[in-house]
Design a protein around this ligand. Structure first.
Ligand SMILES: *[C@@H]1O[C@H](CO)[C@@H](O)[C@H](O)[C@H]1NC(C)=O
Ligand SMILES: *[C@@H]1O[C@H](CO)[C@@H](O)[C@H](O)[C@H]1NC(C)=O
Ligand SMILES: *[C@@H]1O[C@H](CO)[C@@H](O)[C@H](O)[C@H]1NC(C)=O
Ligand SMILES: *[C@@H]1O[C@H](CO)[C@@H](O)[C@H](O)[C@H]1NC(C)=O
Ligand SMILES: *[C@@H]1O[C@H](CO)[C@@H](O)[C@H](O)[C@H]1NC(C)=O
Ligand SMILES: *[C@@H]1O[C@H](CO)[C@@H](O)[C@H](O)[C@H]1NC(C)=O
Ligand SMILES: *[C@@H]1O[C@H](CO)[C@@H](O)[C@H](O)[C@H]1NC(C)=O
Ligand SMILES: *[C@@H]1O[C@H](CO)[C@@H](O)[C@H](O)[C@H]1NC(C)=O
Ligand SMILES: *[C@@H]1O[C@H](CO)[C@@H](O)[C@H](O)[C@H]1NC(C)=O
Ligand SMILES: *[C@@H]1O[C@H](CO)[C@@H](O)[C@H](O)[C@H]1NC(C)=O
Length: 753
C-alpha cells in the first residue's frame, strides 16, 4: 500500500506561505474539463511506496467508486500524473495556440487495471528564455497566460521565469533615487523589446515612449500570473536589479561607479551602450534590496530564486579575472543582502555566444566569486547543440539545468533533434552530479514542433532515453483522437518526419529553420544559411511531400478530421513548410534565369510571376487558421491600448517592427520573421515584387545590392506605420479543404513526390 498521509494544509503562520493545496489543480480541471472534474481525486502524499528512485513521484489508480485517484508527492507530481493518465489512457492533451482538448475525453473515463507510476529524474523542470516574453508573450492577455500556465503545469514544469511587469519595480527604485519620469521612461524599451532592455542590450524606444500605464497593467497581470504559478505548484524565478540604469544616474548619484556598456547588434549609441552601475558599488546593493523588498511585498514570499543576467551578448568592461570574480561576488552578496535565502539563476548563453571573451579561466574566475555552490543555478542554454557544461566542468560545481533552445526568434520551420534531447540529457545526468533539471529555453514559442518540447519534458520522467518511435506513435494517437480512430496516414506521416525533419544531426545548422521568402530579397545569400538565421533544409524535401500526402490523405479516410482543430492546425503547418520548400526551388530558378546570358526577358517575367503566385497561394492557406495570421499578433498589441489612439499606434509599431526591421532601420532585420497570412501579402510579397521589378530593369552585370537594399528599405520603413492591418480580415477567411483542392490544381508538381 502507498503511504497516504495528507500534508498539513493550514497556513504557515506569519510566513504568508501556504502549504501546498490541491485546489489549484482542481481548478485547472474545472477550467479545462468541467464535466469530468468530479471524476478525479487528487491527493498529496509523503511518499509513494514503489517509486523508490526519483524526485517528484506520482501514482494514478482507479478507486472502487469508479474515480481516478491521482496521488503525488508534490503539486507538480500530481499534475504530471494527471497528464500521464489523460494522454496515455484518455488520449487527450492540451496545446499551445490550438488550446485545450482535454474536454473531449470520453465522458466515462477509462478505468485503470493497474496503477501507473512515475518519478522525475531531476528535481527541476524549467521553462522560458528571457526573450520568450518578448518574441511570444509580449502582448499576451491573462487568458493567453492561463492556457500557457495550464500547459506548463500538466507538463511538469515547476520552475518558470516570471518577467512580466518587472518594470514596475525598476521604475519605483529609480524614482526613489530621484530620477524623473522622463529620464526613466526614455530608458525603458517598448513592449515587444523589453527582453533586450532587461538584458542591458538596448535602451529606449525608437518610435515613442513606453507609457507608464503599460507598466502598471503588466504588473497587475503578473500578480495574477505569479499567484497562479504558485497555485499550480511552480516556483517562479523572479527578476532582480541587474545594474542597467538610465544614463541620468550620474545626475542623481554623481559618485557612483558607472560604466558605459558596449554596442549591441549595430544599434545607434542612443539605443544601446547602456549605462551599468557596477555591482561592487554600494548603491548597487541598496537598489537590489529595494527592488527585492518591493517585489516581495507585491507577490508575497513565493520564491527565493532570482534571474540576473548582465553580459548576455555584451562583454564586461574588463577581462581581469579579479574584476569578474568581484562582480559575481557582488551580485551574489547583493541578492543575499536582499533575501538571505536567495538563489541566483543565470543564463549560460554568453559562454557560447561570446566564447572568444569567455575563456575557460575567466569562466572559472566568474563562478569562483560565489563561494556557496547551492546559491546558484546556471541554465546551459543550448544543450542539444552547443553544450557548455563539459568544458566548464559542470560550471565548476554550480547546479545547472540541461536546456533545449531549439528556436531563434519564433522562427517557424518544422525542425527537431530527437536523439539529442533524449540521449544527451540522460548521459549528462550520469556524468554530472550538479545537474538539477531539464528545461526549455526557446527564444520564441511561436512555432509548432510541439512534439520536441513534449519529448524533453517527458524525458524528465524517464531514467533511460525515450524510444522515439514508440513515443511518436503514442503521441499521434493522443493528438488526433477524440471521437475517432486515428487513420494510419497520420502515423506514417509523423514516422516519416521523425526520422527526417525531426532528426537533424547537422550541428552547423541546428535550430528551427526560417523560410527564405521572409528574408529581404537578394540574388544571393538566402539559401543554405547556418547560424542565427538558419535556412538550410537538412532533409530531402520530397520526404516532406510524402508525409504531406499521407497526412492530407488521412482526411479522405475520415472526414471528421476536417473538424478537428489539431488536424487543421497541423495540416496548415505542414502545407506551409511544403510551400516554403517549393519557394526555394522557384527562387533558385529565378536567379538562374536572371544570371544566365541566354535567358529571355519573358522567361524572367514568367519566373517572377510564378514566385509571386506561390506567395498568394501560401497566404491563402495560412489565412484559414487564425494562429497563422498577422492580425492575431497586432490585435493583441492594440488591445492593450484600451482605446488610447497614441498608445495603440505605439504598440502596433512595436508589434510590426519586431517581426520585420527589428530596430529603427533594420538592425537585425527579419530575425523574427513569421510565416503569417497578412504579413506574406502586405510585406513579403511587395518586397519580392520590388526585387523582381529590379531584376527586370537591371542587367545582371549592373546588379547593385546597395541600391536594391535602399529601395527595399524605403518600403520596409513605410510599412512600419502603415496601419493596413485594420483592413485585413479576421478569423478563418477561407476554408482549408477548398483552398487545398484549389492549391493542388494550381501547383500539381509541388504535391507530388
Ligand atoms: C519566507 O520564507 C522563508 C522560507 O522559505 C522564511 O525563512 C522567511 O522567514 C520568509 N520570509 C517572510 C518575510 O515571511
Ligand atoms: C511494485 O513494482 C513491482 C515491479 O515493478 C511490481 O511487481 C509490484 O506489483 C509493484 N507493487 C505495487 C504495490 O504496485
Ligand atoms: C493616451 O495615453 C498617453 C500616455 O501614453 C496620454 O498622454 C494621453 O493623454 C492619452 N490620451 C487620451 C485621449 O487619454
Ligand atoms: C550612493 O552613492 C552616493 C553618491 O553617489 C553616496 O552619497 C551614497 O552614500 C551611496 N549610497 C550607498 C548606500 O552607498
Ligand atoms: C558604444 O560601444 C562601442 C563598443 O561596442 C564603442 O565603440 C562606442 O564608442 C560606444 N559609444 C558610446 C557613445 O559610448
Ligand atoms: C576586487 O575586490 C577586492 C576586494 O574588494 C579589491 O581589493 C580588488 O582591487 C578588486 N579587484 C578588481 C580588479 O576590481
Ligand atoms: C546530437 O545527436 C547527433 C546524432 O543525431 C550526434 O551526432 C551529435 O553528436 C549530438 N550532439 C551533441 C552535442 O551531443
Ligand atoms: C561521460 O563521461 C565518460 C567518462 O568520463 C566520457 O567518456 C563520456 O564522453 C562522457 N559523456 C558525456 C556526454 O559527456
Ligand atoms: C544547399 O547545399 C546543398 C549541399 O551543399 C546543395 O546540394 C544545394 O544545392 C544547396 N541548395 C541551395 C538552394 O543552394
Ligand atoms: C550602387 O548603388 C549605390 C546607391 O545607389 C551607389 O552609391 C553606388 O555607386 C552603386 N555602385 C555601383 C558600382 O554602381
Amino acid at each position: 500500500m502507498w503511504l497516504t498521509k495528507a500534508l498539513c494544509l493550514t497556513l504557515l503562520a506569519g510566513a504568508g506561505l501556504a502549504a501546498p493545496s490541491t485546489k489549484g489543480i482542481y481548478d485547472l480541471l474545472q477550467r479545462r474539463m468541467p464535466l469530468h472534474a468530479s471524476s478525479f481525486e487528487l491527493s498529496l502524499v509523503d511518499s509513494i511506496g514503489n517509486a523508490s528512485a526519483g524526485y517528484d513521484q506520482y501514482v494514478v489508480s482507479s478507486t472502487s467508486k469508479g474515480k481516478i485517484l491521482v496521488e503525488g508527492t508534490t503539486l507538480s507530481a500530481l499534475s504530471s500524473g494527471l497528464r500521464r493518465y489523460l494522454t496515455d489512457v484518455a488520449h487527450v492533451d492540451i496545446y499551445w495556440y490550438i488550446g485545450s482538448r482535454l474536454n473531449v475525453a470520453p465522458f466515462y473515463l477509462p478505468a485503470l487495471k493497474a496503477p501507473i507510476e512515475g518519478a522525475s529524474v531531476v528535481p527541476w523542470r524549467y521553462h522560458f528564455n528571457t526573450v520568450t516574453f518578448s518574441y511570444t508573450g509580449a502582448f499576451w492577455s491573462f487568458e493567453d497566460w492561463e492556457l500557457q500556465l495550464d500547459w506548463m503545469a500538466l507538463h511538469g514544469i515547476n520552475l518558470p521565469l516570471a518577467w512580466v511587469g518587472a518594470e514596475k519595480f525598476i521604475v519605483e527604485i529609480f524614482q526613489e533615487i530621484g530620477l524623473t519620469d522622463v529620464e526613466i521612461s526614455t530608458f525603458l524599451s517598448g513592449p515587444s523589446f523589453q527582453g533586450w532592455n532587461r538584458f542591458g542590450n538596448i535602451q529606449g524606444s525608437w518610435n515613442g515612449e513606453l507609457p507608464l500605464s503599460w507598466v502598471d497593467s503588466q504588473f497587475a497581470m503578473n500578480q495574477q500570473i505569479v499567484a497562479r504559478m504558485v497555485e499550480l505548484g511552480m516556483t517562479p524565478v523572479l527578476p532582480s536589479f541587474t545594474g542597467f540604469v538610465p544614463s541620468a544616474i550620474s545626475r542623481v548619484l554623481p559618485n557612483a561607479n558607472v560604466v558605459i556598456g558596449s554596442q549591441w547588434e549595430g544599434f545607434p549609441a542612443e539605443y544601446t551602450n547602456d549605462s551599468f552601475l557596477e555591482p561592487t558599488d554600494p548603491n548597487f546593493t541598496m537598489l537590489q534590496k529595494s527592488f527585492v523588498a518591493k517585489q516581495q511585498a507585491a507577490y508575497g514570499n513565493v520564491s527565493h530564486i532570482y534571474t540576473l543576467d548582465q553580459f548576455n551578448e555584451n562583454n564586461p568592461s574588463s577581462s581581469d579575472p579579479d574584476y569578474l570574480r568581484n562582480v559575481s561576488y557582488s551580485n551574489w552578496q547583493s541578492l543575499k543582502a536582499a533575501d538571505p535565502d536567495a538563489i541566483w539563476m543565470m543564463q549560460g548563453w554568453l559562454f557560447f555566444s561570446n566564447s572568444a571573451f569567455w575563456t575557460d579561466s575567466l569562466i572559472e574566475a566568474w563562478f569562483d566569486g560565489v563561494d556557496v555552490d547551492s546559491d546558484m543555478i546556471v541554465l546551459d542554454l543550448f544543450s542539444e547543440s552547443q553544450p557548455q557544461w563539459q568544458r566548464t566542468n559542470s560550471y565548476y560545481g554550480k547546479p545547472w539545468i540541461w536546456c533545449q533552445l531549439h528556436d531563434y526568434g519564433g522562427n517557424m520551420g518544422l525542425y527537431g533533434q530527437i536523439y539529442n534531447v533524449t540521449i544527451n540529457p540522460i548521459e549528462a545526468l550520469a556524468n554530472s552530479s550538479s545537474l538539477v533539471g531539464f528545461g526549455l529555453t526557446m527564444e520564441g514559442q511561436e512555432q509548432e514542433n510541439q512534439i520536441m518540447y513534449d519529448l524533453l519534458l517527458d524525458q524528465a520522467w524517464s531514467p533511460t532515453p525515450i524510444d522515439t518511435e514508440l513515443y511518436f506513435e503514442n503521441w499521434v494517437t493522443t493528438r488526433y483522437s477524440g471521437s475517432i480512430t486515428v487513420p494510419k496516414g497520420l502515423y506514417s506521416a509523423w514516422e516519416v518526419m521523425r526520422t527526417t525533419v525531426y532528426n537533424n544531426a547537422n550541428l552547423a545548422s541546428s535550430a528551427v529553420t526560417k523560410s527564405i521568402f521572409g528574408l529581404e530579397p537578394s540574388k544571393s545569400g538566402l539559401t543554405n544559411r547556418t547560424g542565427h538565421h538558419p535556412t538550410t533544409i537538412n532533409y530531402d524535401t520530397n520526404v516532406l511531400v510524402q508525409a504531406w500526402n499521407s497526412f492530407y490523405g488521412a482526411a479522405a479516410q475520415n472526414a471528421f478530421l476536417w473538424g478537428n482543430p489539431v488536424y487543421h492546425y497541423d495540416l496548415v503547418d505542414i502545407t506551409r513548410q511544403v510551400i516554403a520548400n517549393e519557394f526555394i526551388t522557384l527562387y533558385v530558378d529565378l536567379v538562374d534565369i536572371y544570371t544566365s546570358q541566354t535567358s529571355s526577358a519573358s522567361a524572367l517575367a514568367s519566373a517572377g510571376r510564378n514566385l509571386l503566385a506561390l506567395l498568394d497561394a501560401l497566404d491563402l492557406v495560412l489565412s484559414t487558421n487564425e494562429n497563422f495570421q498577422l492580425t492575431s499578433w497586432i490585435d493583441r498589441a492594440v488591445a492593450w491600448a484600451e482605446g488610447n489612439a497614441t498608445n495603440a499606434a505605439f504598440y502596433e509599431y512595436n508589434a510590426r517592427n519586431q517581426i520585420t526591421l527589428w530596430g529603427p532601420t533594420g538592425q537585425i532585420s527579419d530575425y523574427a520573421s513569421k510565416d503569417w497570412s497578412g504579413l506574406v501579402s502586405t510585406y513579403y510579397k511587395p518586397r519580392w515584387q520590388i526585387f523582381i521589378n529590379y531584376l527586370q530593369a537591371t542587367p545582371a552585370a549592373s546588379y547593385n545590392a546597395t541600391a536594391l537594399h535602399a529601395e527595399l528599405l524605403e518600403f520596409e520603413l513605410k510599412w512600419q506605420n502603415e496601419g493596413t492591418y485594420m483592413k485585413l480580415k479576421r478569423g478563418a477567411t477561407a476554408d482549408l479543404k477548398t483552398v487545398l483542392v484549389q492549391t493542388q490544381q494550381e501547383w500539381p508538381s509541388m504535391f507530388s513526390t
